[in-house]
Design a protein around this ligand. Sequence first.
Ligand code: KIV
Ligand code: ZN
Length: 391
Amino acid sequence: MSTRVRIFDTTLRDGEQSPGATLTTAEKVLVADQLVRLGVDVIEAGFPAASPGDLDAVRQISRRVRGVAVAGLARATASLADVDAVWEAVQHAEQPVIHTFISTSDIQIQHQLRKSRDEVLEMAVAAVRHAKRYTSEVEFSAMDATRSDPEYLVEVFEAAIRAGATTINVPDTVGYAEPVEFAELIRTLFERVPSIHRAVVSVHCHDDLGMATANTLAAIREGAGQAEVTVNGLGERAGNTSLEEVVMALGTRPARFGHRTTGINTEEIVPTSRLVSSLTGMPVQPNKAIVGENAFAHESGIHQDGVLKNPLTYEIMTPSSVGWESTRIVLGKHSGRHGFAKRLAQLGYNLEPEVLESVYQEFITMTDERKKVGEDEVVALVQSRLVAAVS
Ligand code: KIV
Ligand code: ZN
């Protein structure tokens, strides 16, 4: 087992499926750039068959980002058209990944797909084989795996690996599993899928019962090699597993999780969270672990007393380790270029020198004209510049 857990970020695909979180292509590109800075291993950039706009966004991200794999999602349909659409979009990536999926639970096979188990297995194999003609990296997901018959799941995963899947993903699509049971499922797959050693085992959890992070960590403890996550836990319904929670749990309690590591630059967590929140318009709840405004705030006198004497009394990680600033830079008439750039970086905006200079000049003009310029106005200004630059 590799000690490294691969972080597969699906903020731009499953996260964007969060009601009201739609992003434009230019905004997706900005998030992708920040995900590279954060150090994720795979960016799932979208679902190209869903719309020409989504295909274009995945294509632009594939052309632009380097040092990271780019995946697109494809249904395993009879026509195989989704797989073709993903390839059209990801072919320019340094490491292109085609991610194909089909439901394996009887409830979804019978009532949604209206197929038999045998037909589904054949469609899964056909989609993986087709994807494999395009690229070596193919991920196969058994949608609703946690409500599927484990015997059938073993059969489908074995067939997918033999057809060429290099990653097999175990989604808890409806957020139904609990950690002990999910760990058992992963153990069963390791024991029963004969070719499992040829693929990376990945997990993808939803948070309907608030157990997505716990389930993901339970699977990692069993040897899962990839965690599918989103920034701020954004995602369909109650959301997906939070990237920041998994990464910081592994980093804070290494002995509990077999000393598994990630490649995440943890100081970029808070800037990434802010960027995703401001671009999607999805606020982060104040008490959200790691990235919530109150995550490191101490209100009770006893706690304040302890933290002032030694932060370790009530803090299990340092705020700076996840990118919270120890001194808050306030933007105003007297801000210099350096402070201005630093505050923007804290908010998730790392600007090229010429863009920075022009935004700074505009900001100074605004402060001359008016006494107070809100931080949200500066962010809006920066966003419009960046969006125009990548459009
Ligand atoms: O939740 C899910 O099952 C998915 C798959 C497409 C991986 O998002
Ligand atoms: Zn999902």
